[in-house]
Design a protein around this ligand. Structure first.
Ligand code: SAM
Length: 340
């Protein structure tokens, strides 16, 4: 079987609307083996395990970026989302040459390489941005080995938080998965805040919406959900305090010219109701992740949507009724919170 035939079979599994875990796990294994074989990334090399730290947060090392492929539902749903977005654009304009700007490709350009098995280079073009020099070299090798150079306009080693898109270039899809759960530590937000405002035309952002929500959790009910599939509600959403989507970025720049490096987004004040104090006393941040349209990654389906624990109201905080929560950028981007 050629590499493209293997990729085609894998894409068929990824673009199925439902998730068949045994098929999916085989497809992921095949994809990982193919990428590792083509790139010869040494997962055990200490240098490849080093993250790069900057004033905007970290960029994960080549080994960790390579291993992202193993986050099965993430990989499936992102590739499926990009596929649907390309299909939509081609459906509206069949002669279109869809251009994807992919920030943070890792060593494999994992989220788009398989699509070359089903779209032609007349239909699909890429620009790849990658900060890490090993990942940058490896992604070039993968492109060359797969023979997909005709899809790639350019591969740039750069910091996507400051990269300038060439003037007059149309970008149809802006894609980045440079995040962890609760948008901790990595650079998704400054990357999108840098690239999106440079795109004047209508653009599809993938993921389309990332929203951070404060929730109270009932640990016992969560455990029985995991152990025996109980459908009793295990969390109570208090509300959202940060959203990354096209509208929120555009609204920000309508009021402000620049995004300061250490910017703290608006604090949201939450009143903690009695029901949370008594029935859902563990406070978590849930990451709502809509990849594209109806493709959502649900809590616990992926490493990106594991709820992040902030505090436990059992015991000493029992009388706490107000909480302030915000998302902040900087060397260690993440959640800032306090009680009052
Ligand atoms: C979480 S990995 C994801 C890799 C791949 N896109 C995937 O989905 O499997 C994020 C990648 O983005 C790169 N990255 C992080 N911050 C970056 C930045 N500011 N500019 C360019 N690349 C960045 C990292 O080096 C890493 O390779």
């Amino acid at each position: 079987m050629t590499h493209q035939e293997t990729l085609q079979k894998i894409v068929e599994v990824f673009t199925e609307p439902s998730v068949d875990y045994s098929q999916l796990s085989k497809a992921i294994e095949q994809l990982r083996a193919l990428y590792l074989n083509l790139s010869k990334v040494d997962l055990n090399n200490d240098e490849n395990r080093k993250d790069i730290h900057s004033s905007n947060g970290k960029a994960i090392g080549t080994t960790w970026a390579a291993l992202c492929v193993d986050d099965m539902v993430r990989t499936k749903k992102f590739i499926s989302g990009v596929y649907q977005a390309v299909q939509k654009l081609l459906g509206e304009h069949p002669e279109k040459n869809v251009h994807i700007l992919y920030a943070g490709t890792g060593p494999f350009a994992t989220l788009v390489s398989p699509l070359t098995a089903i779209f032609s280079s007349d239909q699909l073009q890429f620009t790849f941005l990658e900060l890490n020099s090993e990942s940058y070299q490896k992604v070039q090798q993968v492109v060359q080995q797969l023979g997909i150079g005709n899809y790639v306009r350019r591969i740039v080693q750069c910091d996507a938080t400051t990269y300038q898109i060439p003037v007059d270039e149309q970008v149809d899809i802006l894609l980045s998965e440079t995040m962890q759960y609760a948008l901790k530590g990595e650079q998704q937000v400054p990357i999108i805040y840098n690239l999106l405002p440079q795109i004047d035309n209508e653009v599809i952002l993938i993921p389309e919406v990332i929203e951070l929500q404060l929730a109270g959790v009932n640990a016992a009910q969560n455990e029985s959900r995991m152990m025996n599939g109980s459908e009793e509600p295990y969390y109570h959403i208090l509300g959202s305090f940060f959203k990354l989507d096209i509208a929120s970025v555009r609204a920000f720049y309508a009021k402000q010219k620049h995004l300061p490096v250490n910017h703290k987004f608006l604090d949201r004040n939450f009143r903690i109701p009695e029901v949370v104090q008594t029935d859902y006393p563990e406070l978590y941040v849930f990451t709502r992740l809509c990849v594209y349209q109806n493709i959502e990654i649900l809590p616990y389906e992926s490493g990106l949507t594991i709820p992040y624990k902030l505090a436990d109201l059992n015991g000493k905080r029992k009388r706490t009724t107000q909480m302030q929560v915000a998302y902040a950028l900087g060397e260690n981007p993440g959640i800032r919170f306090s009680f009052s």
